[in-house]
Write a protein that binds this ligand. Structure first.
Ligand SMILES: *[C@@H]1O[C@H](CO)[C@@H](O)[C@H](O)[C@H]1NC(C)=O
Length: 148
């Protein structure tokens, strides 16, 4: 009896604390390789992003270059047209990455994605890039979201 409810509580805790890996498409990570893209919370896919809420994005990648800087560039793609999306912190070196970036190292890029209340409710594709010193992509990932 007790061990059973303990097990259920444990499962709940695991469910609450675990990040949700999303299916993504690599859109040309020339200076690195992406292994995992996590969005929290995103219990079902495509991720439903509620207006007024904030989401955390965690991209695990390895770098194939040395780079002293890293700059995030985010677009929302609507009907094939990329629209610039502003994020609070564009500097990757202030988003969980210890710079300078060294080749063959694995990094976790962690950012916050605030969803403004004035956005329309629609489906779009988010394209998230992190550029190195030479403006090449340490990673470029695309994933669909639904604004609700
Ligand atoms: C980001 O994801 C990696 C790999 O899953 C994990 O090791 C790390 O703890 C995560 N960081 C945060 C803040 O969730």
């Amino acid at each position: 009896m007790h061990s059973c409810s303990f097990f259920v509580a444990l499962l709940c805790l695991m469910g609450l604390s675990s990040a949700d890996p999303v299916k993504f498409v690599d859109c040309g990570s020339t200076s690195g390789k992406v292994t995992i893209v996590d969005i929290t919370p995103c219990p079902s896919q495509p991720c439903q992003l509620h207006k007024g809420d904030s989401y955390s994005v965690n991209v695990t990648f390895s770098s194939t270059v040395d780079s002293s800087s890293s700059t995030a560039v985010v677009h929302g793609i609507l009907g094939g047209v990329p629209i610039p999306f502003s994020i609070p912190v564009g500097d990757g070196c202030k988003s969980g990455i210890q710079c300078p970036i060294q080749q063959q190292q694995i990094y976790n890029y962690q950012a916050t994605l605030p969803v403004k209340t004035e956005y329309p409710s629609l489906k779009l594709v988010v394209e998230w890039e992190l550029r190195d010193d030479n403006k090449n992509d340490l990673f470029c990932v695309k994933f669909p979201v639904q604004l609700v």
